[in-house]
Design a protein around this ligand. Sequence first.
Ligand code: GLC
Ligand code: CA
Length: 588
Amino acid sequence: MHQATAGRPTHNSADRPEGWWKSSVVYQIYPRSFADSNGDGIGDIPGITAKVGYLHRLGIDVVWLSPVYRSPMDDNGYDISDYQDVDPLFGTIAELDELIAELHSRGMKLVMDLVVNHTSDEHPWFIESRDAASPKRNWYWWLPPRDGFEPGGEGAEPTNWGSAFSGSAWKLDEASGEYFLHMFSPKQPDLNWENPDVRHAVYEMMNWWVDRGVDGFRMDVINLISKPTWIGDGPVGPDTKYSSCFAAIENGHRLNEFLAEMNAAVGLSERRLITVGEMPGSTIESARAVTDPANRELDMVFTFEHVGLDARPGGSKFDLHPLTLPALKQNLNAWQVGLADVGWNSLYWDNHDQPRAVSRFGDDSPEHRINSAKTLATVQHMHRGTPYVYQGEELGMTNTYFTHVDQYQDIESVNYHADAISLGLEAETVMAGLAAKSRDNARTPMQWDDSLQAGFTDGIPWLPVNPNYVTINAAAAEADPNSVFHHFRRLIELRRTHPVLVEGRFKLLLPDHEQIWAVTRTLGDQVLVMVANCSSEPTMMPLAAVPDLAEAQILLATHGPATLERLEPWESRIYLLDSGNDLAQPAP
Ligand code: GLC
Ligand code: CA
């Protein structure tokens, strides 16, 4: 069980009332791209601390900080070489303590990114593990070449699994002639969670952070930690020579056991920390098991289903596929229904791995950008769960539209391009895939103002600033009461004043409508109704299919007073029906 670190104030779980994370809104910071304080072109911790006032004005409750630990930065910090120190690129541990104190002093919380499916190959654990005789050998996954093959020979890898960042998921270590598993880059070897020493080292590190004052963890690809007992070849799809290592590994048979053990060892539930597990390939069923409070595992998970709908089924994420509104609504609805009685949803459009929501699900043309960004925010916040806002989403920041492959920096994008071209895919198709899906879309610097480099840095930013910073920036947005920023701020405020937004029962109306997204939320005799035109064409509401809104009060809308029936492109409204109202039943 948890031991307090001598001399330090322990955690502040008194500030974390039961279930506090349900009514919270989380804001994700990708430190590299948020705010640079020293002109080296890379965002850092003092840069974040200087912006706490901005976050406070937006009204968010929790900051989730993407990794700031020591790292060779092969995957921008998701490859960690020391879990208990801050990378000098981002600052010092003392500066992180200051950030935590600054957030706490404003009533905000901090969530750290926990990346424990893998470490960096420069982590001391892995360096030791390279020695076949070391007691740390089985802290990672080492296997000899395939039967009858020489180490390093063509096809000698233990299985045909491909890594998420292209190429084989196995890398040969010449010293021992064995291969180690890396589901991501070869600089991110997978830890062996079967080994209890590994698990306890992780829990000890987590306790150290909780004692330091952090309020919870976002757990990187956490449903990959339990590997299958059978390690063998999987089916190979078109356009690749590898099988998906995700299909082989995700949601492994010991996942629930490991998470429950972690919860107990760190006191995650007991200390009322917020926990969210990133779970590619999670299903409603696996998410229910993980988030059922009775199981004491995690509070919520990030599912990937809704961000997979615009990729060809069975293909890579860059293999574009048309997205329809009914498919998107019905998917989110299935999760609402699936987790209505057990567990809790996380709600997100955007993060550091996804393209910008307004470019992907909205319409980022000058005509529709603002209203579509607002309407997407409304839709997100009107679902039941904890909303996650990614830096710049509150400004309606857009994709990058790079035109040349050399502009991309992300390891996934760069490797995919090389791989796809070598497999004979059309250059134009590959570039279109990257433009739509590259993770760099989310990683261009935060746009603070209209000064050079968008006020992000006094130097040269590590990734080019989006030229549209001249109009899309935080200073302009804060000064304009009709901005996307203020729309987000009002939605967050509404969550505080109207608990129906947190707890209310969810119901999807018009599931097959091609343009309108309509839902109700009900708590006691309070009913909220959202009607949203998620298209760039006007439309008419089928009035018979929604509750009677004639007398209802509008709580928040994208447009000024209008006729009830007609919805302008990307117009959305949230109505409140009070107890006094006669609730017309929506048609079945
Ligand atoms: C998660 C992170 C992503 C990272 C990967 C490997 O998906 O969100 O950025 O590349 O895990 O750690
Ligand atoms: Ca810096």
